[in-house]
Design a binder for this molecule. Structure first.
Ligand SMILES: [Zn+2]
Length: 407
């Protein structure tokens, strides 16, 4: 096979396109491939397919996959045609997408590498700037999002995540298959509405559960979007309930410690994590420590016991009923511990969503896994200070989108 036919094959060219020259410039380590359009072929309008005539040519270049480590550039004079109905139109070249500076195979290589590596690694490997990589990824994501017809929306989860150290947030909507479905700026009710509106409506008609934290903004958006269905759908993650209870216990523990003599404080400080433990899995060797601390820090002990009791209701060690919670609210009130009462008020306000989570057995373990991956994405490269890039990387890694180019 001669060199020109070899490149015809590599680029997947068929008539009326064919390679006319391949030049190697060793100094600049570059291979230049010239492709020509056969003017004697029948030409038709790309819109109506009717016979058309050549108007003029525009010279264009595309970066292609390297040839034996040499940067490879395809150059062609692309014909513009004149159609009686659609005036002047540029013909589509088969090796690249319209308006792209890269061949389809090159774009696919960028996407493939960016899925597994940091942007800086892709940039080094392909000798391509960050902004060029961004553009290829952006096009890929837009392509993938526009192709979605069937999305699994049965079990949804919404959460916010912060970007960098600033107070910039994004809202992320995912499903129980660990797939990120939509991302929007901010953490307001509009943010969640924007996410929901970007999904095929027929898929959202199948939604049974929408799990979230106790954010009033998200609850408002869910009510607005799903109407009456929202009541049975909103499910509050156990994780968020546990978080506010742990925070309350910690606050009470700190004020208990302040009342202790200095000597005692140091020992207590060393063993402070004992109060964060799950009471059901407390190792035997920690038992004496908790007994001791219980004696000298009674408020903490009461708060901890109540926190454990809430956990028992959630996990069904006590009846998973509203009555159990009502009883718990009463006990909290009797304790007269301010931070715990505040936490209980929040729980009370969100009790419907908590009951949905308990009865549907919705687990937020997967959502937490997604969150962890997203946080890692931010960490592995300083480049994610750029919000749009960060969003695209989340889609790229977790969106399960079809990013392929049509060949
Ligand atoms: Zn036409």
């Amino acid at each position: 096979m001669d060199q020109l036919s070899l490149y015809d094959q590599i680029l997947g060219l068929t008539a009326p396109w064919h390679t006319t020259s391949v030049d190697l410039d060793e100094r600049s380590e570059q291979v230049s491939v010239t492709v020509k359009f056969d003017q004697s072929s029948v030409i038709s309008c790309p819109i109506c397919n009717k016979h058309a005539r050549i108007y003029d040519f525009r010279r264009r270049s595309w970066r292609h996959l390297d040839t034996c480590q040499f940067k490879t550039i395809i150059t062609a004079d692309v014909p513009r045609i004149e159609c009686s109905e659609h005036s002047v139109q540029t013909l589509q070249v088969p090796w690249a997408d319209q308006s792209s500076h890269y061949s389809k195979l090159f774009e696919e290589r960028v996407l493939y590498l960016a899925k597994e590596n940091t942007i800086s690694a892709v940039s080094r490997h392909l000798r391509l700037s960050w902004s060029c990589i961004d553009r290829v990824i952006q096009r890929g994501i837009s392509r993938g999002l526009s192709r979605r017809w069937e999305v699994n929306c049965f079990n949804l989860h919404v959460d916010e995540t912060s970007i960098g150290k600033g107070h910039h947030y994004i809202t992320i909507l995912s499903n129980h298959k660990n797939q990120v479905l939509a991302i929007s700026d901010g953490r307001s009710s509009d943010s969640l509405l924007e996410c929901l509106r970007s999904l095929p409506i027929q898929c959202l008609s199948k939604t049974r559960v929408l799990s979230m934290d106790m954010s009033a903004a998200y609850i408002k958006a869910a009510n607005e979007f799903f109407g009456l269905r929202a009541k049975k759908m909103i499910s509050i993650d156990h994780f968020h309930v546990a978080k506010i209870l742990i925070k309350a216990v910690e606050e009470i523990r700190k004020s208990d410690v302040k009342k202790l003599p200095n000597l005692e404080r140091l020992n207590i400080h060393r063993n402070r994590y004992v109060w964060l433990r799950n009471g059901r899995h407390l190792p035997e060797h920690l038992q004496p420590e908790i007994e001791y601390q219980r004696d000298i820090m009674q408020d903490t002990a009461i708060a901890w016991t109540l926190k454990e009791k809430a956990r028992d209701i959630w996990h069904g060690h006590e009846p998973r009923t509203i009555t159990s919670w009502k009883h718990w609210f009463r006990l909290v009130k009797e304790s007269a511990l301010r931070p715990l009462i505040t936490a209980a008020e929040t729980i009370k306000k969100n009790l419907r969503g908590i009951m949905v989570a308990m009865t549907t057995g919705t687990s937020n373990a997967k959502a937490e896994a997604i969150n962890k991956t997203i946080k890692n994405l931010a960490r592995i490269s300083h480049g994610y200070r750029n919000k749009e890039r960060y969003k695209n990387m989340i889609y790229l890694r977790l969106g399960k989108l079809d990013l392929r180019l049509d060949h």
